[in-house]
Design a protein around this ligand. Structure first.
Ligand code: OSB
Ligand code: MG
Length: 367
């Protein structure tokens, strides 16, 4: 496939409510969209990098910079196959979110020409996926209970509470007491604890959590294995898993018994599928994480979440959980599920008027 040029478009879109985690508070998304133009059409992708390097070392300005200076210029001028994008970008270390966006846009352009959907291409085993919701840290427990109550009323199949030191046992206990033992409940610490907190974290064992996500630092894989021995609550890794090799290593030393697969964090959907395959071969359940994506990123995540090893509900919430107006037709929950798009490629496109309204800059790079 021959690419004529690539557009890097920045949009700014307010979140309906502030989203607080142990690493910071988001009130809006500053998103980089990548549009690949070919002779036959185009392909879209969303770069998941956030505005500041807190969740991981990437941030959106840096992603745009590395795409402009290194990744896009590395694409061969005489055409490229979507499967070889990863290999072409391999000499550049890191910057997985930037790489994921470029590979996904090329893949979308390719699939739009062949007419195949992302879900079909990746190997989806179902046409809709059960959805969970990630609930941020709040100023008070009553406020949290109100938020959780609203999400349960909307039909979400599981609730994930963000935790940090000082906001862990009390909110978890309150949610369990109010909504009962049948609520599928899990927590995410975004690396806010150390192994010294093991005894404290073991107190969460009483609440029948589905899992605890990323309790320790990103590079603490060995410490996660130690912690897993001390907890009854299953340990799930997010930030620590940046590749299929990381997943294999973490599984082999017992650092996790569940994996949150975020395609952006691991460099794209093809690497995400490799992690799915490894985890499945080891009987490790996986679920699809999120990065507060717009409909563009969400479409691909929902397709991935339909693969057979994704046996737990993901952070693939409906558009209205994040934005008053999404840039694509909104993803809407039905009976706690989102439908996997069936159209060619991602199966969704930005709505031109909305896109125009939220755009803060565009940059065109000729190949
Ligand atoms: O750790 O899973 C995380 C959002 C931004 C960065 C990291 C995380 C999250 C979420 C929300 O938990 C996931 C979503 O709803 O998109
Ligand atoms: Mg997480």
């Amino acid at each position: 496939m021959k690419i004529s040029g690539i557009e890097l478009r920045r949009i700014r879109i307010p979140l309906r409510a502030p989203f607080r985690t142990s690493f910071g508070t988001e009130t809006e998304r500053d998103v980089l969209l990548v549009r690949v133009a070919t002779a036959d059409g185009e392909g879209w992708a969303e770069c998941a990098a956030m505005s500041e390097p807190r969740y991981c070392s990437e941030y959106v300005d840096a992603a745009q910079d590395v795409l402009r200076k290194f990744l896009i210029p590395a694409l061969p001028k005489d055409g490229i196959d979507a499967h070889t994008v990863g290999r072409v970008l391999e000499p550049f270390t890191g910057h997985r979110m930037a790489k994921a966006a470029l590979e996904t846009a090329v893949l979308d352009a390719h699939l739009r020409t062949t007419g195949e959907s992302f879900g079909s291409y990746l190997g989806a085993a179902r046409d809709r996926v059960p959805c969970g919701v990630s609930v941020g840290i709040m100023d008070s427990v009553p406020e949290l209970l109100d938020a959780v109550d609203g999400f349960i009323a909307e039909g979400y199949a599981r609730i994930k509470l963000k935790i940090e030191p000082g906001w862990d046992l009390e909110p978890v206990r309150a949610v369990r007491e109010r909504f009962g033992d049948d609520l599928v409940l899990q927590v995410d610490a975004n690396a806010a604890y150390t192994l010294v907190d093991a005894q404290h974290l073991a107190k969460l064992d009483d609440f029948g959590l589905l899992l605890i996500e990323q309790p320790l630092a990103n590079d603490d894989i060995v410490q996660h294995a130690r912690l897993a021995e001390l907890l009854r609550t299953p340990v799930c890794l997010d930030e620590s898993i940046e590749s299929a090799a990381d997943a294999a290593a973490a599984i082999s030393i017992g650092a996790c018994s569940v994996i949150n697969i975020k395609p952006a964090r691991v460099g794209g959907y093809l690497e995400a599928r490799r992690i799915h395959d490894i985890a499945r071969a080891h009987g490790i359940p996986v679920w699809c994480g999120g990065m507060l994506e717009t409909g563009i990123g969400r479409a691909a995540n929902v397709a991935l979440a339909a693969l057979p090893g994704f046996t737990l509900p993901g952070d693939t919430s409906g558009s209205s959980r994040y934005f008053a107006t999404d840039i694509t037709p909104p993803f809407e929950l039905a009976d706690g599920h989102l439908d996997v798009p069936t159209g060619p490629g991602l199966g969704v496109e930005p709505l031109p008027e909305v896109l125009e309204e939220v755009t803060t800059s565009t940059e065109w790079i000729t190949i």
